[in-house]
Unconditional design. Sequence first.
Length: 249
Amino acid sequence: MPEPFYNAQDQDMKLLALDTSTDTMSIALQRGAGGAAALFQHTAAGGAQTSTQLIPEILRLMALAQLRFADLDAIVFGAGPGSFTGLRTACSVAQGLAFGAAVPVLPVDTLLAVAEEARHHNGNAQTFAVTALLDARMDELYTADHVFDDGSWAPGSNVRLIKPEQLVWNSTNVLAGNVFDSYGTRLPALATRITALPTATALLRLAPALLAAGGAVSAEQALPSYIRDKVAQTTQERAAIKAQAGAAP
């Protein structure tokens, strides 16, 4: 089994985290202070509001914490999978702020953040196996398995894009994510379920060890992780599908 490389131990760091990969906009700012980190956070509806509200809310939290962007050890963002527009927004804002302040950027897998948020909801369990699920729309899910043991997240399984019925569930795993209202009846009925999002506070909990493991990149190297290459059909593709359906016996 591969050596675990995610360590949940907190450190005194100044970190800004943001996630807009779902319909929720989540921002959190950690300011380490002699072993006791002060936390500032904001959660609101995302979607169309994100582009106008994200930067003003970040500036508000920075002012509350009395920090400059150059004071940060890193800017952390939910890199995906998730909403195309949301991932682009988070990445571009993280890049712009980090470039101007000359600080590194830490992209974090949103399914790992879901797993960490579910573990947090479960009392910060020291042994925790979870199948993380995010709504990919178009009747599909993003999913990956993660295991937390002995204070660390082991490397997770590869992200998969599937129909709800295609989920292969390990009966020892909790199901966690934002999919149960839409697809709950199509998922394993016997599984324990935890509604969880890739929150900015989950990103903050994951960040110290990811930074220690070399996960940070320069602003220009930060990229979102889309998984799905395409979210809509062209007019020609829709016409071809319609014509094919009409020609079917």
